[in-house]
Design a protein around this ligand. Structure first.
Ligand code: CP
Length: 327
């Protein structure tokens, strides 16, 4: 299986089977153990990965850079705005040339609906090197793999079936956050036996194509998939809550208009009262960065249900697993 994954792109979790994703999770568990015990694990000696960013990052960039170093390789950071991409160089030319210099290409291109995923797939079409999605307009598969690892650690890998995950929109004034995290969660979690309740105000619908696939995944897995417009209803008896903000698909080019609409929903916040609606041993998750005091209160994000730092740490172990298996 490890050999089978060499050269395989990771652009959406949907492109990988459950067995392949489980292998990535098991590999991440192993790498985490070795990291904690300071056991060297240079599985990618002298290999290079190119990290191409069209947007800002803290966790993704640093987990990939630290991760490839720990695996014995090296990362090149590329800011699209200071490369020839900003002068219009095509994804085909960029992809062919970078892949002739190294062993993998990872890309973040997440801010414009309809662009990032298409860009990555165009690069992937022209290279045999693996292309890893560090977040696009549709999915954030590195984040959701780390989320799944964290949920497995909390509840046990044979004890996820029937768990209720509430994926909820929450108010944030900072910026129109991409739709890729809630979409990625909606796609992935049903495949691992979880019941999904998706909550959002009417304007914040996820992409139609993603919803169709997510609901089909739930049907095939025999789990529930419900959409509500009430955060309280979503939190009721939830095992996992994942409240976060996202933008309106049709308004990413006019962010001020989207932020104005979002002000109607300032009460969509994860606070202690809402956490009181969930199961006693429920977990609070967020991909980060969080808008503290808006998406979530300090009492919740710093409180006993919160698992955010373990979740963020798992970004390192899962991206190392993806690189080790595909490069
Ligand atoms: N969650 C996440 O992707 O974080 P960054 O934007 O900091 O990479």
């Amino acid at each position: 299986m490890r050999a089978i994954l060499k050269g395989k792109d990771y652009i959406s979790t949907q492109d990988w089977t459950v067995e392949e994703l489980e292998l990535a999770l098991d590999t991440a568990d192993e790498l985490k153990m070795m990291f904690k015990k300071e056991i060297p694990h240079p599985y990618l000696p002298n290999k290079t990965i190119f990290l191409l960013f069209f947007d800002k990052s803290t966790r993704t960039r640093n987990s990939f850079e630290a991760g490839i170093t720990q695996l014995g390789g090296h990362a090149h950071f590329i800011d699209s705005s200071t490369s020839q991409i900003s002068h219009g160089e095509s994804p085909k030319d960029t992809g062919i040339i970078l892949s002739s210099y190294g062993h993998g290409i990872a890309i973040r291109h997440d801010l414009v609906p309809g662009e990032g995923n298409t860009y990555m797939r165009e690069i992937a079409k022209h290279t045999d090197r693996p292309v890893i999605n560090m977040q696009c307009d549709i999915d954030h598969p590195c984040q959701t793999l780390a989320d799944l690892m964290t949920i497995r650690e909390k509840f046990g890998k044979d004890n996820m079936r029937g768990r209720k995950i509430a994926i909820s929109w929450a108010y944030a004034p900072s910026y129109a956050k991409p739709m890729s995290v809630p979409q990625g969660l909606a796609l992935l979690m049903p495949r691992f036996g979880m019941d999904v309740v998706l909550a959002h105000p009417p304007e914040y619908k996820l992409m139609d194509s993603v919803m169709e696939t997510a609901q089909e995944n739930a049907r095939k897995a025999g789990v529930k998939f419900e959409v509500v417009d009430d955060m309280d209803a979503a939190f009721e008896d939830a095992d996992i809550v994942y409240p976060k903000s996202w933008g309106i698909e049709s308004l990413f080019h006019v962010p001020e208009e989207a932020l104005e609409i979002s002000k109607k929903y300032k009460d969509w916040i994860c606070d202690e009262r809402r956490m009181g609606l969930t199961k006693k041993d429920s977990i609070y998750m967020h991909c980060l960065p969080a808008d503290r005091g808006y998406e979530v209160t300090d009492a919740v994000i710093d409180g006993p249900h919160s698992i955010i730092y373990q979740e963020a740490e798992n970004r390192l172990h899962t991206c190392k697993a993806l690189m080790a298996l595909t490069m």
